[in-house]
Design a protein around this ligand. Structure first.
Ligand code: HEM
Length: 469
């Protein structure tokens, strides 16, 4: 089949053929996931969403863009994810656009994020979880209490990453508040970066303002991470956290990771992890509360382990990792409510590329939106709009592997989330220990939650009535 050449032949909204306004508006309205799905239903599996931007919907395109060689580098959208530090832009694993440098850094630090490395971090997860459960217990002391779970799951996620990375919480759970406005600041960065990143011109303006601004007002989280590295190097500890794993790695082979790279890694672990982890936890509790038969099935699966381990303890993650229904619930939540709401932009490399019947010149920005892929019924089966964990259990082994292959919540290929094992351990443990002790129901089942769908898909308006079991 002969490919059509150039962007002009690709269908899409008229506005998108000559301006970035379609993208800007969808992100501004916080409606990008729905709009992206809608235009694919309208125009087919390849849609032009901007003068130089193409959105794809097929699993074949996913493979070509994210896993083929030569690699498609990240687009300039990611430029704004390099925060300034001491007057220079400090890149990190997430933001690096240079394919060679990224591959080298990932190879050098990957061993700290494997499944077995995560088991060493489990005591840190338990520590934060104990505090979270204590707070929930206090709030429900006098019977059922209405709790803003959207906020509390975020407070847990962020503090848990503090303990995992730096053996230090931020004080979110202790105070029940967004301490020093760190969450609000991170939300603002995500929102502005997501919005201005839709147009090269807007992004240029944003970067210029940020450059000027950050000379006097540094990024608080990066400054914090960099200070922690310096302090720890000067005053070594035995804390079982990622910072010490990085320092050990550096000592064993000094060329492997620099002090700046460690600070960048800790910063991005904190920054890239808290919002999306909270989004996953919210999605799980929300859908369980709307599907009580599924919640009961989860409790049934847990019953044996619950009896085996007293409530003074947490069930070890190796035991939880064997629970098939728990795994299915988490995957189904990741599928039906993907954490990112936009295409993960990549650039067609030198020589151009053939994707889904079109030849695209080098420099074209391309990508797949998880919300578009996750409603693909050929991959995920019927009723993709329904929360149905059974799809991850009843299918054949081959089908389940295929679905796991195409779930895009953690990204794909060389840029896939390095924190996935950590996130799965945090999510499984938090969910199970919460459900062993509490029941949580949406306060008002007639009302939908509110989802702001831009770069990430944060949910709010999620008051739940929580009761001790
Ligand atoms: C449910 C939780 C999480 C989800 C859904 C998630 C999702 C993602 C996605 C989609 C990407 C790829 C982004 C892109 O291609 O532009 C990514 C990358 C990344 N994530 Fe996560 N993430 C989660 C938790 C975490 C955690 C807990 C950490 C750290 C402890 C983390 C650290 C990172 C880093 C460093 C990258 C960059 C990887 C690279 O470019 O090689 N993430 N994540």
């Amino acid at each position: 089949l002969k490919s059509k050449s150039g962007l002009a032949s690709i269908p899409g909204p008229f506005l998108a053929s000559f301006s970035n306004l379609w993208k800007i508006m969808a992100v501004y309205q916080g409606d990008m996931p729905r709009q992206n799905v809608k235009i694919h239903r309208q125009y087919g599996k390849v849609v032009r969403i901007g003068p130089n931007h193409v959105s794809f919907a097929s699993p074949e395109a996913l493979k070509t863009i994210y896993t083929s060689r030569p690699s498609f580098p990240k687009s300039d959208f990611y430029k704004a994810t390099n925060p300034l530090h001491l007057g220079k832009r400090l890149s990190n694993l997430f933001s690096i656009q240079d394919v060679g440098y990224h591959a080298k850094l990932k190879r050098n630090i990957n061993s700290l994020y494997t499944r077995s490395a995560v088991l060493d971090l489990e005591p840190q997860i338990d520590k934060t979880l104990t505090l979270f459960l204590k707070k929930m217990s206090e709030m429900t002391e006098n019977g059922a209490a209405t709790i803003d779970m959207s906020l509390w799951l975020h407070l847990f996620a962020f503090d848990s990453l503090g303990d995992i990375n730096l053996n230090k919480r931020f004080g979110f759970l202790e105070t029940g508040k967004d301490v020093r406005g760190l969450i609000a600041n991170a939300d603002k960065i995500l929102h502005m970066t997501g919005l201005y990143g839709q147009s090269p011109l807007l992004q240029k303006i944003q970067l210029r303002i940020k450059d000027r601004w950050s000379r006097t007002k540094p990024n608080p989280l990066l400054l914090y991470a960099a200070n922690q590295v310096t302090e720890r190097l000067n005053n070594p500890t035995n804390d079982p956290d990622l910072l010490n794993s990085f320092i050990r790695l550096q000592k064993s082979d000094p060329g492997r990771v620099s002090d700046d790279e460690i600070a960048g890694a800790l910063y991005i672990n904190l920054m890239a992890g808290h919002d999306v982890l909270a989004i996953t936890l919210r999605a799980i509790l929300y859908y369980l509360s709307r599907n009580l038969a599924i919640l009961q099935k989860m409790r049934d699966e847990l019953a044996d382990l619950d009896a085996q381990y007293p409530h003074t303890m947490h069930i070890p993650y190796i035991e939880l990792a064997k629970l098939r229904y728990l795994d299915a619930v988490i995957y189904e939540a990741l599928r039906i409510h993907a954490n990112t709401g936009m295409i993960l932009e990549r650039v067609v490399p030198h020589g151009g590329a053939n994707i889904d019947g079109y030849f695209l010149p080098a420099g074209t920005v391309v990508g797949v939106n998880a919300w578009v892929l996750h409603e693909n019924e050929t991959i995920f089966g019927a009723d993709t709009e329904v929360f149905r964990p059974e799809r991850w259990i009843e299918a054949t082994d081959d089908k389940i592997s295929e679905m796991k292959r195409f779930i895009f919540s953690f990204g794909d290929g060389s840029r896939k989330c390095i924190g996935q094992n950590i996130a799965m351990a945090q999510a499984s443990k938090a969910l199970v220990e919460f459900l062993r002790r509490f029941d949580a129901r949406l306060e008002n089942t007639d009302k939908e939650w509110h989802v702001h769908g831009s770069w990430v898909t944060k949910q709010t308006h999620m008051n739940m009535v929580v009761t001790r079991l």
